[in-house]
Every structure is written in C-alpha cells, then in structure tokens.
Design a binder for this molecule. Structure first.
Ligand code: NAD
Ligand code: WQD
Length: 349
C-alpha cells in the first residue's frame, strides 16, 4: 500500500495545451501514460479541443482556464495542483507581425507568464521545465545547417526577442537555483496535423504561416496563395525552411520530459534544435502538397515579405544522438495530414 502511494502517478502541466503544438503534445503524453493538466486562457484556441483530445486518447485532461500572466491566478493553480512535477510551457503570443504592432502585449504576455511559472516552480518545488523556443533566435545564420552552438542573433521582431529573453530568464534562473532544470526546444517550422484529423493548426483570421494558407487556399477559403519572393539565392529562388511534422515535434517533448524526470540531463539548462535536418523551399513544399493531395494550388509569386530570412534548416545530430529522437515523417505525408485536417474542419469530403 505504502509503495503504491509513493509511486502515485505525477502530473505534467501543459500550458497552452489547447493550442496547436500543445494539443498534439498532450495526446502523446497521455499515450505514454502521463497524467496531464492543461492551463490555457483560450486567447488563441477553443475549449472544444479538449473533446478532440479525449476522442483521440480516451482521456479528458484536467483543464484550468486563466491567464498565466496573472501571478495570483498562477500561484492559486500550483496551490491546488500539488502533484505537478514538470511543466511544458507552450503558452505565448506567437504572431510575428502582430508583435511588431503590439510589442508591449508580447513582452508582457510572454515574459510575465514565464516569470510567474518560474516563481511558482521555486515556491512549490516543481523542478522541471521544458520551454517552447524557436529557430527565430538564430536570425539568418551565417553558416548552415544550424547547430545548438550557432550564435543567436538580434531578433527580427519583438516576438523573436521574447523567445531569446525567455531562454535567458530560464538559464539565469536555473543557474541561481540549481535544483531547477530547464530545457529549451528550438522548433524550426512545425506543420501538419494529427492523423485522426481531429486536432490541427487553427489560425484565427488570415493565416500568417505558409501551410495553413495553402490548405485554406486549397479549400477555397482564400482566393490565391502569394509566394513571397522567388529572387532569393536558392535553387528555385524561394526561401528555404526546415518543415517538421507536428507529431514528431510533440514526441520530442515527451522525450525531453522523460530526460528530466529520469535525471538524465547533462546540465540544468540544455538546448536542442528540433528540425528534420532537411531544407525545403516554399515552391518545393507547394509541389509536395499538390503531389500528395492531388489538389492543384492557385498561387502567384509576389514581392518578398519584410523580415523573412532567406534560408534556415537544422543540424539535428545533437538532438538525434543526445535525446535519441529523430523526426520521422516526410513532407508529403505531413502535408496530407494538414489537408485532411482542413477538410475535416470545413466539412469537405
Ligand atoms: P498556439 O497559439 O496554437 O498555442 C498557444 C496557446 O497558448 C493558445 O492556446 C493560447 O490560447 C495559449 N495562451 C497564450 N497566452 C496565454 C496566457 N497568457 N495564459 C494562458 N494561455 C495562453 O501556438 P503554437 O503554434 O501551438 O505554439 C506553441 C508555442 O510554440 C508558442 O510558445 C510558440 O511561440 C512556439 N513556437 C511555435 C512555432 C510555430 O510555428 N507554431 C514555431 C516555434 C515556436
Ligand atoms: C515560411 C515561408 C515565407 C506565407 C514563422 C515565425 C517563426 C515561427 C514559425 C513562431 C517563408 C513563405 C509564408 C505565405 C509565403 N513562429 N510564405 N506565403 O516565417 O519561417 O516562421 O513561423 O515561433 O518564429 O517567424 O514561417 O510559415 O510564415 O513562412 O510565401 O502566405 O513561407 O516567405 O519563406 P516563418 P511562415
């Protein structure tokens, strides 16, 4: 009896867990036997995502709806949920263009949420944090592919700057509090959806990102996709990115959490690039979409988008070898999941 009591399943807090990457990660955590509680203020997602998660995994995660930038509410959460032993922190504002117009909203939301969480980690002895960072911290790298040692550059946007500052907040806080552990996962370009087509990317308004704009164009919601420039120094002139399947990305979070809980971290602040290691151009991605779905895409080449970097893709050796994790799904199958998700939410057969 005593043994069972002390082996009681501990909880993983997933902030932003009804969001795009968070919801996919909740499913993977549940399927690995973890007990999950989500905190989300539904500022960029819908409560119905909980139903979809339950349909996929058979388990409805605990859910609390509040703003993590509210220190009092965040403290009250940890006073109530005393079984939380690790946090995966997805909750943030993430629209690059909006961050240029509303920098204070982005600094307040993204920095205050993290600082509130880390204050509570110290107070309530929650030792482990996995943080959603971004390859945006590298800017336009001088050398490709990008390793974790590639120097970070000045951010191209307030959003990107919040990611860099958050990494520093984590590394400085765990240095001052060695009982804490932080892992920053630098995502490249997450795309696609769960194979069930029950969860996926659900951008509010006009999508900023390429793949949801493609699937909405294919669904007839958008008239035409604009390809932002074909005069870059690349084989076909369009930008190059490292597009990674969102489920592969979610699985990496489970690996990172297990690394922390099993005491396998080599330092109390670690950084990993999460990409495929393959660079694909925008035009290559469009061709892959057409090939995998059989849908001809209506697009035109227009002028470059301000702030876009020319090319970036990851050197994945460290994540592959140190985490024992590797992205598995290819571009075509991933784009088909994105299309199946779009068709599901639009009622297209
Ligand atoms: P998303 O907007 O779908 O999910 C974020 C979730 O956090 C949303 O459900 C939103 O309602 C919630 N949220 C935001 N602020 C909150 C707050 N103050 N309190 C509580 N909940 C809050 O975004 P996503 O694409 O799933 O991204 C998740 C994380 O990954 C973000 O931190 C983002 O910066 C990072 N990231 C995303 C990408 C990408 O291309 N999607 C790439 C690199 C990094
Ligand atoms: C990819 C490529 C565009 C839309 C952004 C953020 C980054 C991260 C991921 C949060 C670019 C081209 C796009 C369109 C296009 N988010 N494009 N037509 O810019 O690589 O990264 O999202 O962390 O921080 O910067 O992703 O999908 O917007 O663009 O031609 O309608 O597709 O020019 O080359 P990006 P994206």
């Amino acid at each position: 009896m005593i043994k069972e009591f002390f082996s009681m399943k501990k909880q993983i807090l997933v902030t932003g867990g009804t969001g795009y990457i968070g919801s996919h990660t909740v499913v993977e955590l549940q399927q690995e036997g973890f007990d999950v509680v989500i905190v989300d203020n539904l500022s960029n997602s819908k409560i119905e995502v909980l139903d979809s998660i339950e349909k996929i995994s058979g388990i409805r995660p605990a859910f609390e709806n509040f703003d993590l930038a509210d220190a009092t509410k965040t403290d009250e959460f940890f006073a109530k949920y005393t079984n939380v032993e690790a946090i995966i922190h997805f909750a943030a504002s993430k629209a690059v263009g909006e961050s240029v117009e509303l920098p204070l909203l982005y600094y307040r939301n993204n920095l205050c949420s993290l600082m509130n969480l880390m204050e509570c980690m110290k107070k309530y002895e929650v030792k482990n944090l996995v943080f959603s960072s971004s390859c945006t911290v590298y800017g336009q790298p001088d050398v490709l592919p990008v390793t974790e040692e590639t120097p970070r550059k000045d951010a191209e946007s307030p959003y990107g700057n919040t990611k860099r500052i958050c990494e520093d907040i984590i590394s400085d806080t765990v240095s001052a509090n060695p009982e804490l552990n932080g892992i920053a996962l630098r995502y490249f370009n997450p795309i696609g959806a769960h194979e069930s087509a029950l969860i996926g990317e659900f951008p509010t308004g006009v999508p900023n990102n390429l793949v949801p704009f493609i699937t909405q164009t294919a669904a007839g919601i958008r008239e035409q996709l604009s390809v932002f420039g074909d005069d870059y120094d690349t084989a076909d002139g369009s930008c190059i990115r490292d597009f990674i399947n969102v489920v592969d990305l979610a699985k990496a979070h489970v690996v990172a959490i297990k690394r922390q809980l099993e005491g396998n971290c080599k330092a109390n602040y670690e950084v990993f690039n999460l990409g495929t290691g393959n660079g694909s151009s925008v035009l290559e991605l469009i061709n892959a979409f057409e090939k995998s779905t059989g849908v001809k895409l209506n697009y035109k080449i227009v002028e470059r988008r301000a702030g876009d970097i020319e090319k970036i893709y990851a050197n994945t050796t460290y994540a592959n070898e140190e985490l024992g994790w590797k992205a598995e799904k290819g571009l075509e199958e991933t784009l088909l999941t994105a299309w199946n998700w779009e068709k599901n939410i639009r009622g297209i057969k």
